[in-house]
Design a binder for this molecule. Structure first.
Ligand SMILES: Cc1cc2nc3c(=O)[nH]c(=O)nc-3n(C[C@H](O)[C@H](O)[C@H](O)COP(=O)(O)OP(=O)(O)OC[C@H]3O[C@@H](n4cnc5c(N)ncnc54)[C@H](O)[C@@H]3O)c2cc1C
Length: 431
């Protein structure tokens, strides 16, 4: 019998941790593992806001797949179709023609994408906050706008440059806003013509609360703290349009803003519709409690792209979070090994312990095991918790070094947006 081929579509939290688990548990020759992801590194998303704020080096919040998964084959390519009946994946490499790849066991771990709405102007003006390049682009954009504001003679251009809108009050949006605001107000000390109060930050949230992950009390606390910092928190408000950078809100307010960040939730990866796997009404792969795909053999799933029953809260599904993704991946890897060895599978059960969120340097909010923390203790807990979760010792050490350096030196507030246009100077010289 030939060696079973396990293919993992997606090298994020679930994909990378499943591959790590398999790498450790499989005996030599027991199975071959291939991980496919269009990115060559896994992104530790909870550290994106700190990377955007310059507290962490961007390279230190990503984990190279090839270096970490030495016992696996890693393909830098995109899965564009799954024919599970034939056990074939359609794979699109960065260059060249798409090809088919066969497997014996499939792990579907392609995560989620930003849940956007058909709002006029959003596609052209908005930016997401899910990937490392988006975090760095946002940092560059904000610092670049300070440069624009201080150099223009036109008041309207200046006001537009200094207005920053974030849509969506989950932890991605709130942490990104809070860290960026903290960094931008700090940066104004280097701009003679810009006072901290000249910056306008607006958080737009369609429901009546923010940060549902930390509970209603801590959500209210966060609204108050953000408002104390001069951030406009608009609850029960929707973005109606953003055409040509003119932002119109459902509460009747309208103004110009150069920067619009969209963090209003996620939806399952649309790739799943190009498969023959069973999906729920939200487009997620239906999973059994042991993380097999419901109703089919030799397919497994977990994380943001999966509808996994939450056995700790019967009748509910696990929320899309890193907390579930990492733990599910461990059970998933162990179950694949068990199934190869003909052993009994285990169910995934984990009681969500709560959440921690950073609100800028030395500020935070947390609710863990029912204990509520605010300010410095919550911020400290945020850092220690995520440091403990950061994959690989080398990345942990680099993160600690970044934080240690930040204790002794002031934040670096330089925009390197020009990195995205490396040919500009050479092109000008050739004119
Ligand atoms: C800014 C931010 C902060 C967050 N903070 C927290 C937090 O504090 N606590 C918490 O619990 N959760 C947090 N989360 C959520 C958490 O990061 C996700 O729930 C987690 O990443 C889900 O893991 P996953 O493996 O399902 O998806 P991901 O980690 O997103 O992995 C999916 C992978 O699939 C790859 N992929 C996509 N399409 C394809 C394709 N067609 N073919 C092959 N590969 C593909 C992607 O490149 C990616 O590597 C945060 C998220 C963000 C964006």
């Amino acid at each position: 019998m030939s060696t079973p081929h396990i293919v993992i579509a997606g090298g994020g939290y679930v994909g990378m941790y499943t591959a790590l688990g398999l790498q450790r548990a499989l005996r030599r020759g027991e199975a071959r593992v291939t991980v496919i992801d269009p990115r060559s590194a896994m992104t530790y998303q909870p550290f994106l806001p700190e990377a955007a704020a310059g507290s962490l080096e961007p390279r230190h919040v990503v984990v190279p797949l090839r270096r970490t998964l030495k016992g696996c084959d890693v393909l830098t390519a995109r899965v564009v179709g799954i024919d599970h009946a034939a056990k074939l994946l359609k794979v699109e490499p960065p260059q060249g023609e798409p090809y088919e790849l066969s497997y014996d066991e499939l792990v579907v771990a392609v995560g989620s994408v930003a849940r956007t709405l058909p709002i006029p102007g959003l596609k052209e003006v908005g930016m997401g906050f899910k990937q490392i390049e988006e975090a760095i682009a946002l940092r560059n954009q904000v610092l670049d706008r300070l440069d624009v504001a201080t150099s223009t003679m036109d008041p309207a251009t200046r006001t537009c440059a200094l207005t920053f809108v974030f849509v969506g009050g989950g932890y991605a949006g709130v942490e990104a806003l809070a860290e960026i605001e903290d960094m931008a107000r700090f940066a104004t000390r280097y701009y003679e013509t810009i006072a901290p109060a000249d910056l306008r930050f607006v958080l737009v949230e369609a429901s009546d609360r923010i940060l549902p992950e930390v509970g209603p009390d801590m959500g209210r606390y966060t609204v108050n703290r953000l408002r104390d910092r001069g951030i406009e928190v608009r609850l029960n408000t929707r973005l109606e349009s953003a055409t040509g950078h003119h932002v119109v809100l459902s509460d009747g307010d309208e103004f110009d803003a150069d920067t619009l960040v969209w963090t209003a939730g996620v939806k399952a990866n649309p790739l799943l519709t190009a498969t023959d796997l069973p999906l729920d009404d939200k487009g997620r792969v239906k999973a059994l409690p042991d993380l097999r795909v419901d109703g089919v053999e030799h397919a497994w799933t977990a994380g943001d792209n999966a509808a996994v029953p939450d056995l700790a809260h019967p009748g509910q599904l696990c929320s899309p979070s890193a907390q579930h993704a990492v733990r599910q991946a461990r059970v998933l890897a162990a179950n694949i090994v068990r199934s190869l060895r003909g052993e009994e599978l285990h169910d995934y059960k984990h009681k969500h312990v709560g959440s921690v969120a950073s609100l800028g340097l030395h500020k935070g909010v947390a609710q863990v095991y029912g204990i509520k923390l605010r300010g410095l203790p919550a911020w400290f807990m945020h850092r220690t918790y995520h440091l403990s979760r950061m994959p690989t010792l080398s990345k942990k050490m680099r993160v600690v070094l970044d934080w240690t350096l930040a204790l002794f030196f002031r934040r670096d507030v330089v925009s390197l947006g020009s990195l995205q246009r490396p040919r500009d100077d050479f092109d000008r010289a050739n004119r």
